[in-house]
Design a protein around this ligand. Sequence first.
Ligand SMILES: Cc1cc2nc3c(=O)[nH]c(=O)nc-3n(C[C@H](O)[C@H](O)[C@H](O)COP(=O)(O)O)c2cc1C
Length: 325
Amino acid sequence: MSRLPAPLGSLPLPIIGSPLFIISNPKLVIEQCKAGVVGSMPALNARPAAQLDEWLHEITETLADYNRANPDKPAAPFAINQIVHKSNDRLEHDMEMVAKYKVPIIITSLGAREDVNQAIHAYGGVVLHDVINNRFAHKAIEKGADGLIAVAAGAGGHAGSKSPFALIQEIREWFDGPLALSGSIASGRAVLAAQVLGADFAYIGSAFIATEEARAVDAYKQAIVDATSDDIIYSNLFTGVLGNYLRPSIEAAGLDPDNLPVSDPTKMNFGSDREKPKAWKEIWGCGQGIGTIREVLPAREFIARLAREYAEARQQYFPGVRAAA
Ligand SMILES: Cc1cc2nc3c(=O)[nH]c(=O)nc-3n(C[C@H](O)[C@H](O)[C@H](O)COP(=O)(O)O)c2cc1C
């Protein structure tokens, strides 16, 4: 018996495709799940809010059809990301929708709320909360989250600054529940490394931007193919929170990536004569792990590569040891 709650205890691969603002969409989520990875998207990607109903219908129906046709190899469950912050005025509506469709896994970010966790548990959902340090990890579990996502240094989008070694080790001293590691994971070998560190799952974001299904412009996908960790800039200028972004997008906005000012929340405008460029749309989020991404692939093919590399790494380091079911 797995020590992890259903449905996390029986994933085909120990991988969660992380939610990506603007970029994740039902097509990507469905392909991730069919290929054996937990697919996810932020509820806020459905706009207007009413579109969330249609998208959840599409995902649940397509995966149910797939599972009926493939009873021996069912799809992985999917997850929806809720931004639990007072600025999110859709939260109540989006919570009603996830309850209506009994979304199996909810990823909460930017705030841990007991009532939100209770509402998810009431319909049988599992809550994973993302954290950048041990203090927030304690808080999330106290408020009722079932599991944690440790967002370490080098993650795409808003990122922590802790080494994954430090973060996982501190959390694992007291927490035995579901734990995902996030930040710069983009190969099957790194997935195994996350498990060896003590995580149950690898949480992968940026690598999925360079897939055919991702809702990103071609130049963004190509920038990921071309980039290495040298091209990732850590700055709080664009949203007020520290995050990792692609150098070419900062240059294209007319800024010098090596001399970015520190964000000053009291200033409305950036620079002398132009407004601050739009984070996510103009300034492209990306983690440090994308050096292994050499081409834009269908998500299914990228996941097949991860699965192959993961199996090879297991064989190399743990020959004869069978994967936990
Ligand atoms: C472009 C982009 C958008 C993101 N949007 C969200 C989001 O809406 N909600 C969220 O919880 N995390 C978001 N993240 C963070 C990811 O879910 C995840 O923590 C991160 O991508 C993992 O690191 P990696 O990109 O190095 O794999 C975003 C990351 C990127 C790169």
